[in-house]
Design a protein around this ligand. Structure first.
Ligand code: GDP
Length: 468
């Protein structure tokens, strides 16, 4: 890693107007120039410049917009080129494959652009992790928190704590010469004041962060119920699009369909289960066409999703006899279960009033008409606030998002500092306290990447997408 010129698509695969191929490294400009009849246009670019350029790829002559970033004025601090093309996957693939044949050019590894930016001093490790968090943010609150990380605020706060610890450590070390005597009183006061200030700063930094797992998608809310209860329709209503297939035929959905929304800043993943509970569906003779292999696969997926759900919305077709559905719901083992009567539009007021009296905690919605959906979102958000991690529970948006690696660095620093303070208070020896302080400093440096060992770096960057 880190040598040569790397190449990747910087845009996600999918439908869009423009796609961007990105190169970084000493041969970037020459490699693109080799495909351009007017290569001189690229060579003459200075600093940061964009040019309209024709690229000859096999028999195709493509008009592109190319941006040249001369080292060190680029994201990676190396020579970089971005080629902006129509976002046709075959077209981008053709150009990328042609470029990958150029001497010195190879495909980038995950996060390799950001790793180069980090290695070349453009950003610290906390900022590098924030790049991944900005990309995967699922709501505005998360985006703001990730951007604060990207702006270097997390690194700066950790740096300020390191400053306090370093000063205290220096004082402590200078006192080690007095080891036969007690710590001189003046120095003792200064050291403990510095350490207590550092401990308070670390505590408030810990409180202002929320763990964001790579690929984590928020509170997992599974939509379940007998076939035809309206799960796919409800998913569509919640996502505001037509992600899930809706059909009058029972058991149409086979694979879980999911989508993420932001409910007033909380990320919520909604999952429509495959064909509800296959056992009940089969018992009701609703799904005879499903082969035994498919049924087994659907059952496995269904159990997995139910086991990992933070909440289950059990949908009942309000217009049908609810007995069988309610029995199936009763048999379901889930931490949080919400009973939802769908198709409320098919009930007259009297029938609805009877059901409401019978099931006072139930929600009444019409996925088709969109009624009751706002109250349902609110009810699930309430569950998320009361059943999630402490940071989410507060409802306050986090100031910073941290990865598991960053969280363990912060916790490691706190415990090492606590040990140092205990060692000093209990008179266990200055050397011991100094060793603990060095540990705390190492943990903080680990957070900003000053002394991060290669395997930690490899782990951090492996969670990135290729084009970053
Ligand atoms: P699933 O099998 O639970 O995913 O159910 P679907 O979402 O595929 O819906 C089954 C049928 O019920 C379809 O014909 C839907 O149009 C219909 N449906 C779903 N929700 C409602 C609703 O709120 N009101 C009415 N009247 N029909 C609905």
């Amino acid at each position: 890693m880190l040598d040569g010129t790397i190449l990747a698509s910087a845009t996600a695969a999918g439908t869009s107007a423009r796609g961007v191929l990105r190169l970084s490294g000493p041969d970037s400009i020459a490699a693109v120039g080799n495909l351009a009849p007017q290569a001189g246009l690229l060579e003459s670019c200075e600093g940061f410049e964009g040019v309209g350029l024709d690229l000859q790829v096999d028999e195709l002559l493509l008009r592109c917009w190319v941006i040249v970033y001369r080292a060190p004025r680029s994201y990676t601090c190396e020579d970089m080129v971005e080629i902006h093309l129509p976002a046709s996957l075959p077209l981008m693939g053709l150009v990328a494959r042609r470029l990958a044949l150029e001497e010195g050019v190879r495909w980038a590894g995950p996060g390799e652009f950001t790793l180069r930016a980090f290695r070349n001093g453009r950003i610290d490790l906390a900022q590098a992790e924030a790049v991944a968090q900005v990309i995967s943010a699922t709501g505005e609150a998360e985006l703001r928190a990730a951007q604060r990380g990207l702006a270097g605020e997390l690194g700066a706060k950790a740096g300020a704590v390191s400053g306090l610890l370093t000063r205290s450590l220096a004082l402590l070390e200078s006192c080690i010469d007095f080891s036969d005597e007690d710590l001189p009183e003046l120095a003792a006061g200064e050291i403990s004041a510095g350490l207590e200030e550092a401990a308070a700063a670390l505590e408030s930094l810990g409180e202002s962060t929320t763990l964001r797992m790579a690929g984590g998608d928020g509170f997992r809310c599974v939509l379940s119920g007998l076939p035809n209860a309206g799960k796919s329709s409800l998913l569509n209503a919640l996502l505001g699009n037509r992600e899930a297939l809706v059909s009058e035929l029972a058991g149409t959905t086979r694979d879980p369909v999911r989508g993420v929304t932001s409910e007033a800043g909380l990320a919520m993943m909604w999952i429509d289960l495959a064909g509800a509970c296959p056992a009940e569906a089969a018992a009701a003779g609703l799904d005879e066409k499903m082969s035994s292999e498919t049924r087994a696969a659907v059952e496995r997926l269904t159990s997995f999703e139910l086991e990992h759900a933070d909440a289950v919305l059990w949908l009942v077709d309000a217009a049908s006899d609810p007995v069988m559905s309610l029995e199936a719901c009763g048999a379901l083992d889930s931490r949080v279960k919400l009973l939802v009567f769908n198709k409320a539009d098919l009930l007259d007021e009297g029938a609805q009033a009877v059901l409401r009296r019978q099931y006072p905690a139930a929600l009444f919605v019409s996925a088709l008409r969109g009624t009751g959906i706002a109250s349902l979102r609110e009810a699930v958000r309430f569950q998320a606030l009361n059943n999630s991690s402490p940071a989410v529970k507060d409802g306050a948006p986090p100031e910073f998002l941290v990865s598991a690696h960053q969280e363990s660095s912060l916790q490691g620093a706190s415990s090492a500092l606590e040990r140092a303070l205990e060692a000093l208070t209990a008179g266990l020896g200055l050397e011991l306290a100094a060793a603990d302080l060095r540990d705390a400093l190492r943990c903080l440096e680990d957070l900003t990447g000053k002394v991060t060992p290669d395997d930690v770096l490899a782990h951090v960057f492996s969670s990135f997408c290729i084009g970053k």
